[in-house]
Design a binder for this molecule. Structure first.
Ligand SMILES: [Zn+2]
Length: 303
């Protein structure tokens, strides 16, 4: 991340917070007009703040604090809430213990995604997730896999030993659905996430391959650095010579090296993945030291 990217992302967060603050100030103004007690406290407060400033000391600090608390009480009764920080991890400071906060990374990555023309898939969270439209066998499989995702990825992504997760199954058994829930839950936890189809991923590889300007590295940078990359429907994209397999392999390598997590779903089974992408990609995806593969055996549930 460049310094400029950092500054722009932080500016966005500050602006979003200012907007919340302005709503709060507006509500305060209205309260001043309608609540005499509140207005009285406010003018007393102003006087004391002025006196403090004139005397250039903190003589009235305690009284000021008391007045502020009284005013807060009235605001509370009027249902006016103090503006909350946009990011509760860093309180909109942009860094935590000297490290760049995930909120900044998420914004920077989103910007990069926009520039790369990656469309973000339709994301869901657990609340809008309805497993009931699948038959019992499919549902049980989905829930078993979801439980794994929840324990190992959603709630443990930075410490999990699993860096590659592959879910294979027939079309229509809800893999895309499952992945969009996982992606939504990750984003809810401020974990930087990209969810894209293998088709679009392949197009980005091609774009990178055929771009010769210096900014070509921006095309793949977010894919290499995002905390969690979800790839939908591996196997449906056309295989492009010197592109698809080569870039996929290098992306997977790069991401494991950086300790990043990659989740892939596919309509084709393991042996077909081996045939299609070759031994080097296949062996990475089934390497037991850092990868796991799930096989959904249920049939198509699509009506
Ligand atoms: Zn933050």
């Amino acid at each position: 991340m460049t310094n400029l990217q950092y500054k722009e992302a932080l500016k966005k967060i500050k602006e979003a917070f200012n907007e919340r603050e302005n709503i709060y100030f507006e509500a305060q103004k209205n309260l001043l007009k309608t609540n005499k007690e509140y207005a009285k406290l406010n003018s007393e407060l102003k006087d004391l703040v002025l006196k403090n400033a004139e005397l250039d000391n903190k003589k009235f600090d305690k009284q000021i604090k008391e007045l502020e608390l009284k005013m807060l009480e009235i605001e509370k009764k009027a249902n006016i809430k103090l503006p909350e920080h946009i990011c509760k991890i860093c309180n909109d400071e942009g860094t935590v213990n000297g490290k760049i906060c995930t909120c900044i990374k998420t914004i920077v990555n989103k910007e990069l995604i926009k520039k790369s023309n990656i469309d973000e898939m339709n994301l869901k969270t657990l609340e809008d997730c309805d497993f009931s439209r699948f038959d019992e066998k499919t549902r049980k499989e989905q829930q078993k896999i979801y439980k794994f995702f929840e324990e190992e990825i959603i709630n443990n992504i930075y410490n999990s030993k699993y860096k590659n997760v592959l879910v294979c199954g027939a079309p229509g058994v809800g893999k895309t659905f499952l992945f969009s829930v996982v992606a939504g839950e990750l984003l809810k936890r401020n974990i930087s996430t990209i969810y894209l189809s293998a088709f679009n991923l392949n197009n980005l590889f091609l774009k990178f391959h055929t771009t010769f300007s210096e900014d070509k590295f921006q095309i793949l940078e977010p894919l290499e650095n995002i905390d969690c990359l979800l790839i939908d429907d591996l196997g449906t994209e056309p295989i492009l010579n010197n592109v698809t397999g080569e870039y996929l392999l290098s992306l997977l390598k790069e991401r494991v090296m950086k300790g990043k997590t990659t989740l892939i779903n596919s309509n084709i089974m393991l042996d077909a993945i081996n045939d299609r992408y070759g031994e080097r990609i296949f062996s990475r995806l089934v390497d037991k030291s850092n990868s796991i593969a799930f096989l959904m055996t249920s049939k198509n549930n699509r009506l």
